[in-house]
Design a protein around this ligand. Structure first.
Ligand code: CIR
Length: 256
């Protein structure tokens, strides 16, 4: 059960953030509207929201999931793999300090993005990606072990179409994983019930369970139907402007 969420409003220059640019340039006004609707959806799921002000020094800072990982036991500050994002960490630390007293910190030469970390009950999957390196993964696994969690490392560096592990999988409770085809048969996920996402709806593999609901990107009818069939209450959200910046639905909030 989550009680809180942290989001950060997109800054006016958020289109200057990192992107593969395949989907064109986002519109700031539309991004603000979509962000507002996303925030309301989190509140409707029962979360109290802390909305941080825009940070134009860091155009990618609206993707708050990457500079920190929050578990039921502690907060871990990351060292984002993109140097342009490393300055986001102090701001997220300050926000989390309202809720957490102690922090772990990923140190150089480790790099790690929160988007590579998928929690499934008391087990964590840590993606090795273009952003998260072996040393970052090793440090995180150690912090998690100290807190009594197990973890396993999933190397996704060969799957070029995704930025982060969670671009391709989501754990939605009850032993269910939503997964893109390219990740569905990885041995790590063998013991889960897998909801396979067709390549044309791949973006919806990044969905989020928030209390009684699953939030997913709008316009992916097959994934939504598959979730409903299994009894999940779905909340589709249009986040097209964030998709243009390679961001998924999960990376727009920290939930705890
Ligand atoms: C970046 O490339 O870092 C941002 N433009 C997008 C980050 C998305 N984060 C995520 O999916 N966890």
């Amino acid at each position: 059960m989550f009680r809180n969420a942290i989001v950060r409003l997109p800054s006016e220059n958020f289109a200057d953030g990192l992107t593969s640019g395949k989907l064109g340039k986002p519109t700031y006004r539309k991004a603000l509207e979509q962000h507002a609707a996303y925030s309301v959806a989190l509140q409707r799921c029962g979360l109290e929201l802390l909305a941080l002000p825009p940070d134009s020094q860091h155009p990618d800072s609206t993707f708050v999931e990457d500079p920190a990982i929050v578990t039921s036991r502690s907060a871990i500050l990351t060292r984002p793999g993109a140097t342009s994002r490393q300055g986001e960490v102090p701001g997220i630390r300050e926000a989390l300090a309202r809720f957490f007293r102690e922090f772990h910190q990923i140190e150089p030469p480790g790099t790690l993005d929160g988007g590579d970390i998928c929690e499934a009950e008391n087990r964590f999957f840590i993606g090795l990606s273009q952003r998260t390196n072996e040393e970052g993964a090793r440090q995180l696994a150690e912090f998690l072990a100290r807190d009594g969690f197990t973890s396993s490392i999933v190397d996704i560096r060969g799957i070029r179409s995704v930025l982060h592990l969670k671009s391709g999988i989501a754990y939605i409770g009850e032993n269910h994983l939503v997964t893109m085809e390219a990740m569905a048969d990885l041995p790590h996920f063998r013991n889960y019930v897998r909801i396979r996402v067709k390549p044309e709806e791949s973006y919806a593999a990044n969905c989020v369970r928030v209390n009684d609901f699953v939030l997913l990107p709008a316009g992916r009818p097959h994934v939504e139907a598959a979730l409903k069939e299994r009894g999940y209450k779905t909340v589709p959200l249009d986040i097209s402007e964030f998709e243009k910046m390679d961001g998924g639905l999960s990376c727009l909030s920290l939930r705890f």
